[in-house]
Design a protein around this ligand. Sequence first.
Ligand code: BG6
Length: 303
Amino acid sequence: ATVTFSEDNSRVRAELPTGESVEVLLYGATVISWKDASGDEKLWLSDAAKLDGSRAVRGGIPVVFPVFSTAPDHPQTKDLPQHGFARTSRWEFLGKSTSESLVGKAANEPTVKLDFGLSSAAPGLDPKASAHWPFKFNLIYSVTLNQRSLTTSIVAANDDSAPFDCQVLMHTYLRVKDITNVEITGLASAPYFDKVDSANPHKTQPAEPAAATITGETDRVYTPAGDVTVAEGGVPRYRVTRENFGNVVVWNPWADKARAIPDFEPKHGFRNMLCVEPGAVAGWQSVESGDAFEGAQTITLLD
Ligand code: BG6
């Protein structure tokens, strides 16, 4: 695999010998592109996304840590910005591993893993972190590209003498051809928290139909039992599997909300994206001193 830095050192790109590629912006360690061998893009990235470090990237896969949304009632994180500071900090590139060095991979199966780090002592840390979240921590984020899948995994270590609470989520913007043809399986019978129905947020997805569709603004924190699969027009496209992530946020802003988000372009782009966001965001992960929280998602291409 070849790994190259952009001229301005803002991003790193890895390409397998078979042509698949992934591109990661050091700002937020945000995956901003994932292409298959034919060059077909799998992630949605807003045309107005800021890639210069002036704000969190609208699209790709931003990393959410240590708070999902905002948590005004949670003393440790109440003053942090929405979705925390991992997505607004500049991470360090720690290096790559390729199929030759990855244990357990057959030599004929190309793969590349890129590692990124962010700690409480990092020069690129968003100042809001040190101001509002005083813990010593160390994050390692790994992006592994295989021919038919992408895995992103995180280790959030507590280097402090006190325990801390955190929430972790991978805010994946999947690219779809037409949201009105999307069917999501794996959510049937799952409990969820409906963020667009504040009067009555605690719900359960019906057992039937087996596939959920998106017909308007959707912002739900699901607790599904297993994998979530995204199909379009009856053709399975993405399978999302999780390790140690109990939740999956399903988000689509739809027309009105997209219009209200300044860096969401084109405005009709909501038709071409679906956020399927694995994470641990219902309640808190308490990480003891010297301990770590680990979680991962794998997105497998099915079409
Ligand atoms: C989702 C949240 O994960 O992220 C939504 O559930 C939120 O409520 C969306 O609107 C986008 O957040 P942001 O901060 O990137 O605009």
